[in-house]
Design a protein around this ligand. Structure first.
Ligand SMILES: NC(=O)c1ccc[n+]([C@@H]2O[C@H](COP(=O)([O-])OP(=O)(O)OC[C@H]3O[C@@H](n4cnc5c(N)ncnc54)[C@H](OP(=O)(O)O)[C@@H]3O)[C@@H](O)[C@H]2O)c1
Length: 257
């Protein structure tokens, strides 16, 4: 095992939950971080290898105190899985709520920065570590309603590339995973404001990527030889592909009063 102790953010649901479980079952010490304490307690009751931390990644001051609050056996973090994140809404930009935009930026951008800024210096100091960031195909490929969510994930992608450049010369690895359509997480419930019908319509007839697929990918990354850095992984279900370029015909250019 190249690494021992893994911080997984967003471990109360979806990819983070599946990753925390799989890594703990494979002998890793896992710090499972998210806001909902009850979900984390349920998770940590499954294994002594899981330590729950109820924390909001947007709270920079709280994140700064994270390491000092950890018990022996969990303090020496080797790996960060920056997974906590969310999308809010599918409206076109001109119809979106500014609050939703700010929450996505706070969580998906500032949350990743708060955690990385706190832990990265210790990884560089001990010349051992791995940062795995959850981007999205939405960070590379535009779609209607993807506006700020996609932009936050483009940030994660470019930040990962720049991090990798900054730590070159050390043994630290950085990977960004960019999934496409994934089911069996809370992501679309959150995005569609709990509208079960819309969520079911989105996934009906698809065989989407599952949280376990992401967890297996993360375990594989951790088990690669020390000299191999996988820069980016873009993964989609077989039923999904790029949309192509759209052309609107007979466009009306007259100004409306
Ligand atoms: N599902 C997809 O289709 C998909 C596709 C591409 C990329 N992604 C990305 O993959 C990551 C995980 O997605 P998922 O599908 O597993 O979503 P999910 O099931 O909704 O899980 C999101 C996790 O993030 C946590 N979280 C949200 N805001 C937080 C905050 N401020 N502080 C701490 N934790 C917070 C949530 O826990 P609490 O509510 O308890 O805090 C939850 O554990 C996200 O970054 C998402 O953008 C998802």
């Amino acid at each position: 095992m190249n690494y021992k102790t893994v911080l997984v953010t967003g471990a109360s649901a979806g990819f983070g939950l599946a990753t925390a479980r799989l890594l703990a079952n494979n002998g890793y010490k896992v710090i499972a971080l998210a806001r909902r304490e009850d979900k984390l307690k349920e998770l940590s009751s499954l294994s002594d290898n899981i330590y729950p931390v109820a924390m909001d990644v947007t709270d920079a001051k709280a994140v700064e105190t994270l390491v000092s609050s950890l018990p022996d056996g969990f303090k020496d973090i080797d790996v960060i899985v920056n997974n906590a994140g969310l999308a809010l809404g599918v409206e076109k930009a001109q119809e979106c709520s500014l609050e939703n935009w700010k929450t996505m930026v706070d969580t998906n951008v500032l949350g990743v920065l708060n955690v990385t800024h706190t832990i990265l210096p210790s990884l560089v100091k001990k010349n051992k570590g791995f940062i795995i960031n959850l981007g999205s195909t939405a960070g590379s490929w535009p779609y209607v309603g993807g506006n700020v969510y996609g932009a936050t994930k483009a940030f994660v992608e470019q930040f990962s590339r720049n991090l990798r450049t900054d730590v070159q010369g050390s043994a630290i690895k950085v990977t960004v995973i960019k999934p496409g359509l994934c089911s069996d997480t809370e992501f679309s419930y959150v995005r569609l404001n709990g509208d079960e019908k819309k969520v079911n319509d989105l996934y009906s007839g698809t065989k989407s990527i599952l949280p376990e697929d992401i967890a297996n990918t993360i375990l594989w990354l951790l088990n690669n030889p020390a000299h191999v850095n996988v820069n980016e992984i873009e993964m989609m279900p077989v039923c999904q592909a790029y949309g192509g370029l759209k052309v609107v015909k007979d466009l009306d250019f007259t100004e409306k009063k």
